[in-house]
Write a protein that binds this ligand. Structure first.
Ligand SMILES: Cc1cc2nc3c(=O)[nH]c(=O)nc-3n(C[C@H](O)[C@H](O)[C@H](O)COP(=O)(O)O)c2cc1C
Length: 292
């Protein structure tokens, strides 16, 4: 089965600079979604915004820039500036971040505390953009996954949302370590509630067979993978090319490329920890090579 859209999940604090160049250079992704840009108060000047995302824009793949905030006019103004940059194909509104600081400011996952207000909030942002440019990344609810019964139909009928990225957990479920048993049911329900608006399924997709069976069982239009991609850098590529590097070869190739891009010391060690785990021989060896 060929899945149409395979997305790398945005990861604030990880996807920066040499990492992005290394992933782009090895053609590990077909598209990017950036981590969120927080818009609080005044909208940054275009030059400052460009510097925040320029590594993503330096490749040839299309880029969706994610924004987060609680002021729809400021978000709309910011989105319009970002959309003018090269390779940017869309803007995504983060409605899922569970960080307490973010939630307290009624942005990210905090927006799902009032599911009935989300569609109107998006309409106010969309006023600043051409049609088909705004998507959202949501969870299934704040505390209760039944809340998606309210906000998903409203978002899909709003006429301003081109795509819905759906992380199946609720905000209060945070990043619970193993997949929840109701993953398939929640995603299948989300696809139904979204009608004609494509749903990109997200959460704990760790292999090609898992991704394919999830799409077959739910009718999702595509998938997004974040943490498992960090442990298996060629995972996204493998969906369309089953001759690509296996997990271990992929980790080693990626490490070579990260070094070639100039990543050293603590930053390299952090990445090695994600790739192999802190108890692995590889991790210890890279620590020693970096003089730690
Ligand atoms: C360290 C870290 C940073 C993240 N940063 C973002 C972010 O900036 N924007 C976002 O929408 N999701 C962010 N996420 C959530 C992931 O994109 C994804 O939705 C979540 O990890 C579930 O998918 P997975 O099981 O494939 O990891 C982050 C997750 C992690 C672990």
């Amino acid at each position: 089965m060929k899945i149409q859209e395979i997305w790398p999940g945005p990861m604030e604090g990880i996807g920066r600079n040499g990492f992005i160049r290394a992933a782009t250079g090895l053609r590990l992704v077909e598209r990017w979604m950036t981590p969120f840009i927080r818009v609080t108060g005044s909208v940054p000047a275009a030059g400052k915004l460009f510097r925040m995302v320029e590594e993503y824009l330096s490749g040839v793949v299309p880029v969706t820039i994610q924004i987060m905030g609680n002021d729809p006019e400021a978000l709309g103004e910011c989105a319009a500036k970002l959309l003018a940059f090269p390779h940017v194909e869309g803007i995504n509104l983060n409605c899922g971040c569970p960080s307490l600081r973010v939630v307290r400011h009624h942005s990210g996952g905090g927006m799902l505390r009032h599911p009935e207000k989300l569609a109107e909030f998006c309409r106010k942002i969309a006023v600043f953009l051409p049609p088909e440019k705004l998507s959202v990344k949501v969870r299934s609810g704040f505390e209760n996954p039944d809340d998606m019964e309210i906000f998903l139909p409203e978002l899909s009928e709003s006429g301003v949302i081109s795509k819905i990225f759906f992380h199946y957990r609720t905000v209060t479920e945070m990043y619970s370590s193993s997949p929840l048993p109701e993953r398939v049911n929640r995603i299948a329900r989300a696809v139904k509630l979204c009608g004609d608006v494509p749903v990109i399924a997200n959460g704990d997709i760790s292999s090609v067979s898992d991704g394919e069976s999830l799409v077959a069982a739910t009718g999702a239009a595509g998938i997004m993978i974040a943490r498992p991609w960090m442990r298996d850098p060629f995972l996204l590529r493998r969906f369309h090319d089953n001759l690509t590097a296996d997990e271990e070869t992929g980790r080693q190739l990626f490490m070579v490329e990260l070094r070639r891009e100039g990543i050293r010391g603590g930053a390299l060690i952090e990445l090695a920890k994600m790739l192999w785990g802190s108890k692995s021989e590889h991790f210890r060896q890279i620590m020693a090579e970096e003089g730690y």
